[in-house]
Design a protein around this ligand. Structure first.
Ligand SMILES: [Zn+2]
Length: 76
């Protein structure tokens, strides 16, 4: 989950990133730079059961590794 704040001239600025799986806040490692995390987005199409839905989520590195460790077909 990415939290957006308003900045000067009403541009959206990323202010906070939280892991959707465990709820941990992704730590900042520098000004406007977060520790590495996974961000996924999907716009579902007509031939799905959720046509028109847009999903996005973020995972911390621990949760990302737990997810991919469960894959039957391992990443290369
Ligand atoms: Zn997590």
């Amino acid at each position: 989950m990415r939290e957006l704040g308003m900045a000067v001239q009403e541009n959206h600025v990323l202010t906070k990133v939280v892991c959707n799986c465990c709820g941990k806040e992704i730590p900042l490692v520098g000004e406007g730079i977060w520790e590495e995390y996974f961000h996924g987005e999907k716009s579902w199409g007509y031939y799905s059961e959720q046509d028109g839905r847009n999903d996005s989520f973020d995972l911390c590195q621990d949760c990302y590794h737990k997810l991919i460790d469960g894959f039957k077909v391992k990443l290369l």
